[in-house]
Ligand binder design. Sequence first.
Ligand code: GLN
Length: 530
Amino acid sequence: MKFIAVTGGVMSGLGKGITAASIGRLLVDLGYRVVPIKIDPYINIDAGTMNPFQHGEVYVLKDGTEVDLDLGHYERFIGIELTGEHNITTGKIYRRVIEKERKGEYLGQTVQIIPHVTDEIKSWIRNVAKAKNAEICLIEVGGTVGDIESMPFLEALRQMRIEEKDGNFILVHVTLVPLDAGGEQKTKPTQHSVKELRELGLYPDIIVGRCKEKLKESTKKKIALFCDVEKEAVISNEDCDIYEVPLKFREEKLDEVILRKLKLEKRERRTEWEDFVRRMRELKEEVDIAIVGKYVDVKDAYLSIREALKHAGVHVGCRVNCIWIDSERLENESVNLDYDGILIPGGFGKRGAEGKIRAIGYARENNIPFLGICFGFQLAVVEFSRSVCKIKNANSSELSESSECVIDLLPEQKQVKELGATMRLGEIEVTIKPGTLAHRLYGRESVFERHRHRYEVNPEYIPKLEGRGLVFSGWSDGKRRMEILELPEHRFFFAVQFHPEFKSRPLSPSPPFIGFVTAALNFRREKLKK
Ligand code: GLN
């Protein structure tokens, strides 16, 4: 088994996750089985309780674990499906150690960070890599070297490096190479962060320098000299589209350096990723999609949706421009919504919900392609109930205790007092009605999609809604829960209770997104013809 650890220096937000995922892609292209593990040194057990305003989107894995959005990059770049074990947090490690201690498994010893916590970290990593039959295990340590929280993890890696045979463990350190006022590439921050790493007993084998532009030969030379790595192992990572990073790395011969250092043979290279990037670069047409949400100021709050639109765009043949619209603004001002498509993403709570309902109504009445996701699906039901079924005070019980809750908790959920326990999470089978738009998009009668919600379409209202033309074209749980809705009369009006964005990959885009972007492109072409 080979291990590649990825650490970060200087500051957070350098795109360490993208770097690690891109290394994964390079190795997958060479036919290696790569298994990623993300270490998040925070004390939370998982990201389920974390606020998107602070951390960006909560990503949901197949098994329902709620994780940091970097795991999404891994799934998209490496093209695999991960589970909760691929995400280690301080909370999870300490929980295990404390459980063992309570059971008396430490036989009376004093339980300490070294060796007990570090042993737990190492065995977690090795067990997952082995269970998943990895040839290469990628370990990304979140945060920045020097953070107190990450110390036990870096110490565990230091020990692993000694324990693993030569050529089985390498460390890639990602740092920032800023430009000074005169445009000169500065290496001092890199030197300092490598020094910090060394003080912890860790030595980088490869340094990836993030920079606005390509690293100059002289910059690489300087980093190599001062940080004691080979010049070939200083890799330039200039600003570019995230999907281009693996290709840029290959130009820098990072794959060859890794194979040499890990004593692995070169295998025949697959080229699908290159083909995808080439198609992405050559897109000629474009569409403008309005995304109406609550967290539009946070860059990464709807990351997977943005990526899913991009994947679908490359598939369909157009660039997708996202126009972010704050749903609260729609409640008080008149905001232009005349775009090629309107998307309402997932969400929670009252703030901005009426604005989203307004946007849905606008899309429905003006025959603008519409995609609703999770909360967007529920609010589409509310909008239709109010405007078409004339249920004046229709609402979701999440938003108001109004007497007409067309979206509501199922009876068994109402009994549970603790909110955390009632979330419906992870991959669940959805049955699709033949002959519907959903069926045409997916091309099958059963699909597995990931969920993260509590509320459901209230079954009492289904006959009334369907009586007025709304079609529920997908359901689960023996038809107790509605999963997909559509309006056959409309150009494209499609909403889903699940989150298809989590399963979209560059090389296999999500069917609802393909349908939506196709409809938006056709709509735009029609408008241009006029
Ligand atoms: N707030 C809604 C629910 O809990 C929708 C959740 C979401 O969009 N992820 O059911």
